[in-house]
Write a protein that binds this ligand. Structure first.
Ligand code: ATP
Length: 446
């Protein structure tokens, strides 16, 4: 267990360009964050790993990118404008701080011990207006989940892609929730990215698909290097189920502040399609030619199994899991500075910078020229960084800290032999490799 891991991740994020506070020069904006140059690479890699998993590794899933703003009637049908999407809010009568009731263990203000008001329902949807007039007729909401866009396009996708049940539609996009207490860095924010997949199936097959998706989703994290001991699932008790769900399981990660949800898997039954049918007047039942009439109805509302994960929240989990500290450093051969070394053991698919190219010293023009040639050669294929500032040991440590898979060092021998040294991040093993074999080597190793 690393002391103060939470603080260390926050500080690394700012120091090395992963995550910044939004509107920082204006004092910040609570519940909003910006992703810096390394953060956007890492987040894109997480999204790409998820997208590839859904659309390439799994069968029969197609993608979608629907609009953030939708007809406000959508949110009537989905239950988001009623109590279904509201948290219970309490306010301290003394200091006027507000809290989500289910986050409090005692019936007292956690900040000043003051008395709390009675809970009232607080809707999490963020309102906006479309067009020049601001009244009830032009009010709509920033979506709180991306899946509604999927339900609205269910028939379009079915018909245009000639899909047959069972099949899935997946989508990545921004969601907005007016969280009462955004907290724990990027764990709970008011704007975040959802990665959601909706699996449409015959009602009787829903339980078996639920179990299938639960296993597959756990596997995804493990395959991307999350430690088994830091992952678990939690069956949601009946009285805590969301308004749309028949069954729900959370995948939880052991964050520095405790076990918390990173992904929800839900059996949504026919709640969504039947409600959208009712509210829109469109018949969204599925005609299933595989069912013989007389035995089972040929037309029915498919059941939906949903997998729903936040790109930002899983980003945080991947960072926490990859973070290691080595007291007094790893280098045994030299008298390297004996300070704590940080190693970010991100999976090679996720790590923001794959390769760093380093001249052994920066004051030898021939070395620098050759290093820059290698750098230019690699740029079309990999996210690669050139770094010449500081001693070579310090530069290795800087790259270890951001998870770079390989450091390539060009030294005086390289000028004669047209080769370089490859240094592996996790083992610090070094080997020489010919420059003409480099791209092949890296392509099979990154
Ligand atoms: P919670 O109980 O934590 O408020 P939820 O059960 O409402 O979350 P879902 O609607 O199931 O969350 O969303 C699925 C996933 O979306 C979550 O597991 C999380 O990864 C992500 N997510 C939800 N709300 C937020 C948020 N405010 N900030 C960041 N990520 C979020």
């Amino acid at each position: 267990m690393i002391d103060n891991l939470f603080q260390k991740i926050v500080s690394l994020s700012k120091r090395r360009g992963f995550v910044f506070q939004s509107s920082e020069i204006y004092g910040g904006f609570e519940g909003f964050y910006d992703f810096g140059p390394l953060g956007v690479e890492l987040k894109n890699n997480i999204k790409k790993a998820w997208w590839d998993e859904m659309t390439k590794n799994q069968k029969n899933i197609v993608g979608l990118d629907s609009a953030i703003l939708m007809n406000p009637r959508v949110w009537q049908a989905s239950g988001h404008l009623t109590a279904g999407f509201a948290d219970e809010l309490v306010e301290c009568k003394k200091c006027h701080h507000r809290f989500r009731k289910d986050f409090l263990s005692k019936n007292k203000c956690p900040d000043c011990g003051g008395e709390l008001t009675k809970p009232r329902k607080f809707n999490l949807m963020m309102k906006t207006f479309v067009g020049p007039v601001e009244d009830e007729t032009t009010t709509t909401y920033l979506r709180a989940e991306t899946c509604q866009g999927i339900y609205l396009n269910y028939e379009n996708v079915l018909n245009s892609m000639r899909m047959k049940i069972p099949f899935g539609i997946c989508q990545i996009g921004k969601s907005f929730r007016n969280e009462i207490t955004p907290k724990n860095f990027i764990f709970r924010t008011r704007e975040f990215e959802h990665m959601e997949m909706q699996w449409f199936c015959q009602p009787k097959t829903a339980p078996q698909f639920f179990d299938y998706w639960k296993k597959e989703r756990l596997k995804w994290y493990l395959n991307l290097g999350i430690k088994k001991a830091n992952l678990k699932t939690r069956e949601i008790p009946k009285d805590e189920l969301p308004h749309y769900a028949k069954r729900a399981v959370d995948i939880e990660y052991k964050f520095p502040f405790g076990w918390e949800e990173i992904e929800g898997i839900h059996n949504r039954g026919d709640f969504d399609l039947s409600n959208h049918s009712k509210h829109s007047g469109e018949d969204l039942r599925y005609y299933d030619p595989s069912l013989r009439s007389g035995q089972v109805k040929e037309k029915y509302f498919p059941y939906i199994i949903e997998t729903s994960v936040g790109a930002d929240r899983s980003f945080f989990a991947f960072l926490c899991d990859a973070y290691e500290e080595i007291k007094k450093g790893r280098t045994k051969t030299t008298k390297a500075t004996k300070e704590i070394e940080i190693l970010l053991k991100l999976h090679k698919k996720l790590t923001p910078i794959k390769i760093a190219v380093l001249p052994l010293v920066k004051n030898k023009p021939k070395l620098v020229k050759k290093t820059k040639e290698v750098y230019q050669m690699l740029r079309p294929y990999f996210v690669v960084q050139y770094d010449e500032v500081g001693s070579i040991g310090r530069r290795y440590r800087r790259q270890d800290e951001i998870g770079t898979c390989f450091c390539l060092t060009i030294d005086f021998e390289s000028l004669k032999n047209n080769d370089l040294t490859v240094r592996y991040r996790d083992t610090m093993k070094q080997e020489r490799i010919k420059i003409k074999e480099l791209i092949l080597f890296l392509k099979s190793n990154v």
